[in-house]
Ligand binder design. Structure first.
Ligand code: NI
Length: 209
């Protein structure tokens, strides 16, 4: 029994390590250009955002209009992600805390690109560990696709037949600052720090008066 448990733990660790290397390689493939001046992407005039109807981690149906009724940070990822998504979710939560200290209330939103595994319950455990105000969103595959399309998010399933995790999701990893359902205020690449996000959001909010 002990050997079996150790064997499973070992296999899981190898799977996680392989996943991390895989994602690192994917990032390199997806973003060959370097260096960048910083993690803030120019968005003036960009058409990003749009309508969606999804289900929160508490099981409520919400629309973009209903949810994004104030400053909102949005991220598309999945809770099984071995490294990138948990890091970005922590950064989004930290940025939310920094902004709250400055008197700017933003709602952090984590939208899954893996609705098969990210049920409302699975998302609940994830977002509640990140920030008490974080909203997890899931839905039917076509609902997720519609939301992802609105945000120009790309994702695809990558089978991992030799791994305990089964499959990974290859996906873009931007953090969106939305001031309205169809109005983007700022866009951040993976790697943006909580301070960089908070400073840019503060700047945009200040400019908006
Ligand atoms: Ni991820």
């Amino acid at each position: 029994m002990r050997t079996l448990i150790l064997g499973i733990a070992g296999a899981a660790m190898v799977a996680v390590a392989a996943g991390a290397i895989f994602l690192f390689a994917q990032d390199r493939l997806a973003e060959p250009e370097a260096p960048r001046p910083d993690a803030v992407v120019e968005v003036s005039g960009a058409e990003i955002g749009g309508p969606f109807t999804l289900t929160t981690h508490e099981g409520e149906r919400v629309t973009a209009e209903g949810l994004i009724d104030g400053p909102t940070l949005v991220y598309f990822g999945y809770t099984f992600c071995p490294d990138v998504c948990p890091i970005d979710a922590v950064v989004m939560a930290d940025a939310t805390r920094i902004l709250a200290e400055r008197g700017i209330d933003v709602t952090p939103v984590f939208v899954t690109v893996d609705p098969e595994r990210d049920t409302a319950e699975a998302l609940g455990g994830f977002v509640e560990a990140m920030h008490p105000e974080m909203v997890g969103l899931t839905g039917a595959p076509e609902e997720i696709k519609a939301a992802a399309d609105a945000y120009k998010v790309f994702y695809s399933r990558v089978e991992q037949p030799d791994s305990a995790i089964g499959y990974l999701m290859n996906h873009t990893s931007f953090t969106y600052f939305m001031t309205a359902p169809e109005e983007i205020g700022a866009l951040f690449r993976h790697g943006a720090s909580a301070e960089v996000i908070a400073d840019e959001v503060s700047r945009v909010m200040g400019a908006a008066g």
